[in-house]
Design a protein around this ligand. Structure first.
Ligand SMILES: Cc1cc2nc3c(=O)[nH]c(=O)nc-3n(C[C@H](O)[C@H](O)[C@H](O)COP(=O)(O)OP(=O)(O)OC[C@H]3O[C@@H](n4cnc5c(N)ncnc54)[C@H](O)[C@@H]3O)c2cc1C
Length: 463
């Protein structure tokens, strides 16, 4: 240890990096973490998962009151939007949670090196005017917004997800470029607060990567909610004049262009790994074609002693994937066996209803062999029906021969919570019968998971 400043130096304090640092410290390793932001917690806590959920939650309550949904339950309210207070509670949530990570760093005696890290060698990193040497270095630098060529993000009229969280007033018309998770979540926020929202998506369906039936049903639900969807459409240009933008769009397959006028344009076409300024070459590393740092099953890069996790490494760009990899990499560094089962990583869209999935889509499962599928509509679930939340379904996909569950897809108000039991069941190698014969509390939305599992063998009770 003599010449090393740290056993483990983590670069980046997002959910991957800060979790890796805490676990490494818990395992008795001398740990430092470099973070260039003013606060810990990375994209997720500062400008991602947490602030978006703060706005989703508040806008959902506003919408319930303003649209008369509460009145139908016998709750009459005079409703007025106070956007400043709504933004204030978002900032409070971020402050509380990022401060919480700082507390955990102190508690676990993790040194926070404030500044930008750049490699100067295989085991040395420069942070400001300090050079530190570490036995193990974990690259957890995360990702940032993918720009749309030719479109300048001014964070006023043309915004990325960070700007879209901070809009000082409700835009009259917001155009969202990209019908993925982030665009739909933030588009939903501003729709609920009163904006007209148009989503322009290059592909012919929303939510790439999700189960085909789920994507179709989601589009129907969003349309019913008043989101205008322009699928199979590409944006060819955005010009800003004062506080307005004009977009030119045309069918993805080619055809007659048209224009859209907007008060706000959200560019949400994806995210790219952060490696700029990291001087990976000084460590003997290069990125792959997608800009990611390649790793093996244990999160080792091609250079001994350098590891990578989270959004900067291959796999879904999700906070919980980064966190689990953070725990596993620290355990591997400490000589234990850290494993993440990348076949069972749930993903959730936090709209209303929520959309969640884990494992294979029906399309992918069918490519591998014969499957049995059980579906159960939320309309037939007593709790969802009683709560006036009839939209959606649960779909369980099982191997036709072994009955092993291969994938579960859910559209339901609390799908993000319901998907946890599916992930756990799959982690334990469950069959659809295992889920079907597990006692589920009544009345809960989760009973729909049980019924969908029963439907795999054709025997649900309530339809
Ligand atoms: C609007 C939005 C909503 C989202 N919602 C969800 C959600 O609901 N659920 C979910 O699972 N995921 C969500 N995500 C994705 C999630 O935020 C990321 O998957 C997650 O943050 C990745 O964690 P990470 O640790 O790999 O990297 P990050 O969280 O990106 O953290 C990396 C950190 O490294 C720092 N850094 C980078 N380079 C350097 C350097 N050279 N030196 C020092 N510091 C450096 C950065 O400043 C950053 O703080 C959302 C993302 C966005 C943008």
């Amino acid at each position: 240890m003599a010449d090393y400043d740290f056993d483990v130096l983590v670069i980046g304090a997002g959910p991957g990096g800060y979790v890796a640092a805490i676990r490494a410290a818990q395992l008795g390793l001398k740990t430092g973490c470099v973070e260039s932001r003013e606060t810990l917690g990375g994209t997720c806590l500062n400008v991602g998962c947490i602030p978006s959920k703060a706005m989703l939650h508040a806008s959902e309550l506003y919408d319930e009151a303003a649209s008369g949904k509460l009145a139908k339950l016998g709750i009459k309210a005079q409703v007025e939007l106070d956007l400043d207070t709504m933004h204030g509670q978002r900032r409070d949530a971020v402050k509380g949670l990022t401060g919480g990570i700082e507390f955990l760093f102190k508690k676990n005696k993790i040194e926070w090196l404030k500044g930008h890290a750049a490699f100067t060698g295989k085991d040395t990193v420069q942070v400001g005017d300090r050079t530190v040497r570490a036995k193990n270095i974990v690259i957890a630098t995360g990702s940032s917004v993918t720009p749309l060529p030719g479109v300048t993000i001014d964070q006023k009229v043309v915004v990325d997800s960070t700007g879209a969280l901070e809009l000082p007033k409700v835009p009259g018309h917001m155009v969202v470029i990209g019908g993925g998770v982030i665009g739909l979540e933030l588009g939903s926020v501003w729709k609920r607060l009163g904006a007209k929202v148009t989503v322009v998506e290059f592909l012919d369906q929303l939510l790439p990567g999700m189960d085909g039936e789920v994507r179709k049903e989601a589009a129907k639900i969003f349309k019913k909610q008043g989101l205008e969807l322009k699928l199979a459409t590409k944006v060819t240009g955005v010009t800003v004049n004062g506080d307005k933008a004009t977009l030119t769009i045309e069918p993805a397959a080619g055809g007659t262009p048209e224009t859209l006028e907007a008060d706000a344009v959200l560019v949400s076409i994806g995210r790219k790994p952060n490696t700029e300024g990291l001087a990976l070459d000084k460590a003997g590393l290069a990125t792959n074609q997608r800009g990611q740092v390649e790793i093996d099953h244990d999160f080792r890069t091609s250079v001994p002693g350098i590891w990578a996790i989270g959004d900067v490494a291959p796999g879904p760009m999700l906070a919980h994937k980064a966190e689990d990899e953070g725990i596993a990499v620290a355990e591997n560094i400490a000589g234990q066996t850290g494993i993440v089962n990348h076949d069972v990583i749930p993903s959730v869209v936090y709209t209303m209803p929520e959309i969640a999935g884990v494992g294979l889509t029906e399309e992918a499962a069918k490519e591998r062999g014969e499957v049995k599928v059980g579906k159960f509509p939320m309309l037939a679930n007593s709790r969802a029906k009683t709560n006036h939340e009839p939209d959606g379904f649960v779909k369980v996909i099982a191997d036709a021969k072994t009955d092993r569950v291969l994938g579960v897809w859910i559209i339901a108000s609390v799908a993000g919570t319901m998907i946890a039991q599916a992930a756990q069941a799959m982690e334990f190698g469950a069959t659809s019968e295992d889920i079907a014969y597990t006692c589920h509390a009544h009345p809960t939305h989760s009973e729909a998971v049980k019924e969908a599992a029963m439907a795999v063998t054709g025997k649900p009770i309530h339809i």
